[in-house]
Design a protein around this ligand. Structure first.
Ligand SMILES: Nc1nc2c(ncn2[C@@H]2O[C@H](COP(=O)(O)OP(=O)(O)OP(=O)(O)O)[C@@H](O)[C@H]2O)c(=O)[nH]1
Ligand SMILES: [Mg+2]
Length: 264
């Protein structure tokens, strides 16, 4: 019988402490530690866990704001100056180990162009995280994040999604410009109950910190849900949104809706 082995998680994707938010004012819930119940549950399971958890994030926002560039900087450590519009959707899976538990984080990249919206919106469903991006140098794109968030929320059950508002292309602004825009962005983040970050895919500034924070909060959220389900006892390995380790990652699109290029 074939013995399928899963490669260990890269050392650069191991998280043992809750990453800090961008700033205390910029986050919906200020927390600098993992929930005590979650920590205890992870410790009990230890390295002998036979399953791994996963969560889904969708990245939305106007065309050209830099969604794909941000994902590519984090997942592949590359930056492309040339614009190649995303057609419909694309996605990456990042493998983390958080508090000793394997965690697969799906990051779905969607097209900002209006003509692809109906393709992309089919993939909003089942997201635990909505990341809405805007260009720090283009205030209209900040205004539009409201609508992007509403559209993504519509496809999900109430109170099941964490929201992140991320300003991109930080390298293109002076300190003074950044400060002005961030005041508006933080105001909107409070309104949307979102956590705010500003990043640069070009220089890489804050990119890793941002995704580590997003993945950690998503992991914590899904562990808490699991614990609530199993009230009074520890979370059950193999239940809920765990997936089996012997699955093949190349089958990753199997359960997602298929692209329909004729729908627009
Ligand atoms: N200076 C600078 N340029 C950036 C940055 N991020 C993205 N860009 C540029 O902005 C343009 C658009 O980036 P994309 O990542 O393709 O934008 P997108 O939001 O994915 O666009 P759609 O797929 O059409 O929705 C590209 O030319 C990038 O090189 C950044 O941090 N700094
Ligand atoms: Mg794109």
């Amino acid at each position: 019988m074939q013995n399928l082995q899963v490669a260990p998680v890269s050392r650069s994707r191991i998280i043992s402490h809750m990453p800090k938010p961008y700033s205390p004012e910029s986050c919906h819930q200020y927390q600098t530690q993992f929930d005590a119940g979650v920590r205890a549950s992870c410790q009990q399971r230890g390295a002998g866990a036979i399953g791994l958890k996963m969560s889904k994030a969708v990245m939305v926002g106007d065309l050209y704001v830099g969604k794909t560039s941000l994902i590519n900087r984090f997942c592949k450590n590359v930056f492309d100056r040339d614009y190649k519009a995303t057609i419909g959707v694309d996605f990456e899976i990042e493998r983390f180990e958080i508090l000793g538990i394997p965690f697969n984080f799906q990051i779905w990249d969607t097209a900002g162009q209006e003509k692809f919206k109906c393709i992309a919106s089919a993939y909003y469903r089942g997201a635990q995280v909505i990341i809405t991006a805007f260009d720090l140098g283009d205030i209209n794109t900040l205004e539009n994040t409201r609508r992007w968030v509403q559209d993504a929320l519509k496809e999900n059950e109430p109170d099941t999604c964490s929201i992140f508002l991320v300003g991109t292309k930080k390298d293109t602004l002076s300190e003074a410009e950044l400060e002005r825009t961030e005041q508006d962005a933080i105001r909107l983040a409070v309104e949307l109950q979102a956590e705010y970050w500003s990043v640069s895919a070009k220089t890489g500034e804050n990119v890793k910190d941002f995704f580590f924070r997003v993945a950690s909060l998503a992991f914590e959220q899904s562990m808490k849900k699991e614990l609530e389900k199993n009230l009074g006892s520890t979370a059950q390995i193999g239940a809920g949104n765990f997936i089996q380790l012997d699955g093949n990652l190349s089958d990753k699109k199997e359960n997602e809706p298929q692209l329909n290029m004729n729908c627009c």
